[in-house]
Design a binder for this molecule. Structure first.
Ligand code: C2E
Ligand code: CA
Ligand code: CA
Length: 562
């Protein structure tokens, strides 16, 4: 295991699991025990004993709230108030949303909700809490702003950045606090008093952020940055700030940007907050303004998809469709293989396109579960067609970038093949080109092993990444799949057509066969055939089909041949 700083960790970290119910202790211990040494406690009293005994070596406490003897809140309180123990991060185990606010104010780092049905998510959260606490300790050695005692901006931004990378789905607010017409305070009362005002404001901010489990810094002059868990209202902060300077009347304005999308970086989040802060310069109507909230809806939608994935697999809401691939080398195009493409038919949200949920699942590491489901369904389909028609129709599955890093990838694929009594040559693997350029050594090792096992590997979406054509000769691939974007203009644009021809020629020279996807028109088909392309996949021949329609297509094909 590597920590956040890239150093290899040989020692096992210790995690204390505190829960009064045996079954919960066993469940969690079993999950966490894969990567960590686990200690147990049945109540708050035992927990404090264990924590004190292991104060120097304990990496994390997973804490139930409702327990006899001493409950979780009391434990949190004791940890928070002990300079020695407050460094140990705590994950609260709860089934109640309402408990989260209170635990946060008592310093909890994260929550895991009961029941424990997503081990991957639990492990990810445990890992992040530990890594974040470790990197916080390292960063905390840096200097503070000499005037206010708050963190300096470099440390602050660095910390927020790390926080975000550990908790990409956390719901944090970026706040920019500005004192209205501060230069007037300086002019009227003098610089010393001005500095004194800044210190008082900073004190209020520090108190607020520590109570909220957040962080603050002074940016420049009278501008402060805060990073705190999301709230709907900042009335209390505003009134505390406005009265912080005693007799000197000040008015603050605050711009807030709620994190609604994990793709928004910290810098951007604070830029948005600054924008919101500037918005109400003139009006004194509202002391704080939120940056646009429409993205929040998207986040809620994504969270819902994440939450419902497991049940959706169980209740068969996911459906694997098969899009036939036609071999066009002979006189007549013939379907000879296919690609498996997932669809989610949601009982309330209706048809959800994979473009909407695959990236969400990839980001959270849950894609591997769905992909395994697709691989299994696909293998079952291949088996069925062998049994029914005596036909061998290889079908390709998409291997997500997350799967590539899974050390069990090869094992899982081989098991899938074996489970359905298939050969590795019956299943094709599509791996997107951008992965080859992102992490070439790892992917080359993995793909080489898979090819040695007999799998055929297709490089998907070729043309969207950055691999140069001369790199192709050194990459372990069997098939090159030209990205759809090439097809769009080959009929009108001679340059695009020349490009496609060049790629097809080079592929032929390298002995790699070619697939063109996204072919919608007859004219595209003829151009590609003339240019030497081997296989075509696209709406021109067929859309992705549900299993029965897909089989029917081959049934008809068989009867034509007879
Ligand atoms: P992809 O692997 O590049 O898949 C091809 C996409 O192009 C599919 O969209 C397919 O329906 C669409 N397509 C096929 N022919 C045509 C055509 O002639 N015109 C146009 N405009 N589109 C065509 P789909 O099914 O919406 O999938 C989108 C992406 O989602 C896929 O892109 C793939 O990256 C991902 N995906 C789909 N199923 C899975 C899966 O089971 N696992 C993983 N990891 N990713 C998947
Ligand atoms: Ca694909
Ligand atoms: Ca593709």
């Amino acid at each position: 295991m590597y920590d956040h700083f890239g150093t290899k960790q040989n020692i096992h970290r210790k995690v204390l699991v505190v829960d009064d119910e045996l079954i919960n202790r066993l469940l969690l211990g079993n999950i966490v025990g894969r990567d960590y040494d686990v200690l147990y406690a049945e109540n708050g009293v035992q927990a404090m004993e264990q924590i004190k005994k292991n104060a120097k070596t304990l990496s994390l406490v997973m804490l139930d709230l409702m327990m006899p003897e001493k409950d979780g809140y009391e434990v949190l309180e004791e940890l928070k108030n002990s300079p020695e123990l407050c460094r140990i991060p705590t994950i609260v185990l709860t089934s109640e949303k309402s408990a989260e606010v209170k635990s946060l104010s008592l310093g909890a780092a994260d929550f895991i909700s009961k029941p424990y049905d997503m081990p991957e998510v639990i492990m990810a959260r445990v890992r992040r809490s530990i890594e974040l606490a470790e990197s916080y300790r390292m960063l905390n050695r840096t200097e503070r702003d000499s005037l206010t005692g708050l963190y300096n901006k470099e440390f602050f931004m660095e910390y927020c950045e790390r926080y975000n990378s550990f908790y990409p789905n956390s719901h944090m607010d970026a706040l920019v606090v500005n004192i209205n017409k501060f230069h007037i305070v300086n002019e009227l009362y003098g610089r010393d008093k001005g500095n004194h005002v800044l210190q008082k404001v900073a004190d209020v901010i520090a108190e607020f952020t520590s109570g909220e489990n957040g962080l603050a810094c002074r940016n420049t002059g009278d501008v402060f940055y805060l990073f705190v868990p999301h709230r709907e209202s900042y009335d209390d902060l505003v009134s505390a700030l406005n009265s912080s300077a005693g007799k000197i009347p000040i008015n603050v304005r605050i711009g807030i940007c709620e994190k609604t999308d994990s793709s928004v970086g910290i810098e951007q989040q604070f830029d948005h907050a600054s924008l919101a802060c500037g918005k109400h310069r003139g009006s004194q109507m509202c002391a704080y303004v939120f940056y646009d909230t429409s993205l929040r809806e998207k986040e809620l939608y994504n969270e819902r998809l994440l939450r419902e994935m497991n049940d959706a697999i169980k209740s068969k809401q996911f459906c694997v469709y098969f899009q036939p691939k036609y071999n066009i080398r002979g006189d007549k195009p013939r379907p000879t293989s296919a690609e498996a493409l997932i669809r989610w038919i949601h009982p309330e949200l209706g048809f959800i396109s994979p473009g909407a949920f695959i990236p969400v699942f990839e980001e959270n590491g849950l894609i591997h579960k769905l992909d395994r489901y697709v691989w299994n369904e696909t293998a079952a389909q291949i088996r069925r067609m062998k049994d029914k028609y005596g036909l061998s129709v290889p079908i390709s599955v998409n291997v997500s970038r997350v799967d590539i890093y899974d050390p069990k990838l090869e094992e899982t694929l081989l098991e899938t093949i074996k489970r359905h009594d298939l050969e590795t040559s019956d299943m094709l693997l599509e791996i997107t080109e951008s992965e080859y350029t992102n992490n070439s050594t790892q992917i080359i090792d993995t793909v080489t092993r898979l090819r040695n096992d007999g799998f055929k590997v297709e490089m998907d979406d070729f043309g969207t990444g950055y691999s140069s054509l001369n790199m192709l000769s050194s990459l372990p691939i069997d098939v090159l799949k030209l990205d759809m974007s090439f097809m769009r203009h080959i009929c009108e644009n001679e340059k695009d057509l020349q490009m496609v021809k060049l790629i097809l020629d080079i592929a032929k020279y390298l002995g790699v066969s070619t697939v063109a996807e996204g072919v919608e028109k007859e004219e595209q088909y003829h151009l590609l055939k003339d240019a030497g392309c081997d296989v075509i996949q696209g709406y021109y021949f067929s859309r992705p089909l549900p299993s029965d329609a897909f089989e029917k297509l081959f049934e008809e094909e068989l009867s034509c041949l007879q």
